[in-house]
Unconditional design. Structure first.
Length: 80
């Protein structure tokens, strides 16, 4: 995952919360743009957690990032 991709998710207006999935199975959520900070060394970023703590993350740990679909899923058709 690149800094550019995460910055695009953070800087989208209007902002929508998004999840960052890590290689250890954890999911971090950027609830507001202020919950995600990019460090100047360009190798790590910081996510502020809902409990007030934080997690320093190396870009190599990120498996995927994105938003949950807000559209309702279509029900599967019943077999005839």
């Amino acid at each position: 995952m690149t800094r550019k991709t995460l910055q695009a998710l953070r800087d989208t207006a209007p902002f929508k919360a998004f999840d960052i999935h890590l290689s250890d199975g954890q999911k971090l959520t950027a609830v507001t743009p202020d919950h995600l900070f990019f460090l100047p060394n360009n190798g790590e970023f910081l996510v502020v957690l809902n409990d007030g703590g934080f997690r320093l993350v190396d870009y190599g740990q990120v498996v995927s990032a994105g938003r949950e679909s807000s559209r309702p899923k279509k029900p599967k058709a019943l077999p005839s």
